[in-house]
Design a protein around this ligand. Structure first.
Ligand SMILES: C[S@@+](CC[C@H](N)C(=O)[O-])C[C@H]1O[C@@H](n2cnc3c(N)ncnc32)[C@H](O)[C@@H]1O
Length: 211
């Protein structure tokens, strides 16, 4: 009982600020700059978090943005970021396993540092595929399993504790494989360790994917 109360308080008062801090380092923001400005048309941002991508949208390309996230605290932070950046966002307080949008309605799905955390990314990607137009694109930038055995060993060792501290984040997921196994075709895949970032959390994959 006490443990559950502590967990709830941690998730409500500490975790949102911690995620906001950890996801807004200089190298991570540099990654956002490579990806987010390509979003166009009707956009669905999955796991919008505290809204750290909002300043990077190119307003002239945007018709409509849906921002989905199951955390009320993070959605509230993203709402403030939207107001500050004068961008209109329609919030969906939900997990990506059930997206309350019509099939075949989204031009761009934006996924940054979220496939690591969604409990079942395959269920989410099935829903994402449903709402995407047939010529739609996923723009992604995610951290995941590293290419070096020693780093992988540490990623696997630390992953269970990491998940408990960072809202269910997994540091050892193979992001390209998850996209491919979900039936997406990946274009322009790039990958590297981010500078000034611990290797176990710093291996990034980015690019775009289509159905
Ligand atoms: C590490 S944060 C990244 C937030 C944001 N995408 C960014 O780039 O800063 C992971 C996000 O995934 C969200 N999340 C957790 N479970 C989810 C789910 N089932 N569906 C969609 N998002 C989820 C969390 O609430 C959190 O906002």
């Amino acid at each position: 009982m006490k443990l559950r109360m502590i967990k709830e308080a941690y998730e409500k008062y500490i975790l949102p600020k911690l995620l906001d801090k950890c996801c807004s380092t200089k190298p991570v923001n540099y990654q956002r700059k490579k990806i987010v400005p390509h979003a166009k048309g009707t956009i669905l941002e999955i796991g919008i978090g505290s809204g750290l991508n909002i300043p990077f949208y190119k307003k002239s390309k945007v018709e409509k943005i849906y921002g989905l996230d199951p955390s009320p605290e993070l959605c509230e932070m993203a709402k403030q970021a939207a107001i500050k950046n004068e961008i209109d966002i329609n919030f969906l307080l939900n997990g990506a396993e059930e997206i309350k949008l019509a099939s075949n309605s989204i031009d761009t799905v934006l996924l940054t540092y979220t496939l690591c955390t969604i409990p079942n990314p395959f269920d989410a990607l099935r829903e994402i595929k449903r709402v995407m137009k047939s010529d739609g694109k996923i723009l992604f930038c995610e951290h995941g399993v590293a290419p070096d055995d020693k780093v992988i060993e540490w990623q696997n060792r630390i992953n269970p504790l990491w998940g408990k501290l960072f809202g269910g984040c997994n540091i050892n997921r193979n992001i390209p494989n998850i996209l491919l196994e979900s039936g997406f075709k990946i274009n322009d895949l790039e990958q590297m360790y981010l500078p000034s970032t611990p290797k176990i959390v710093g291996y990034n994959y980015w690019g775009n994917a289509e159905i």
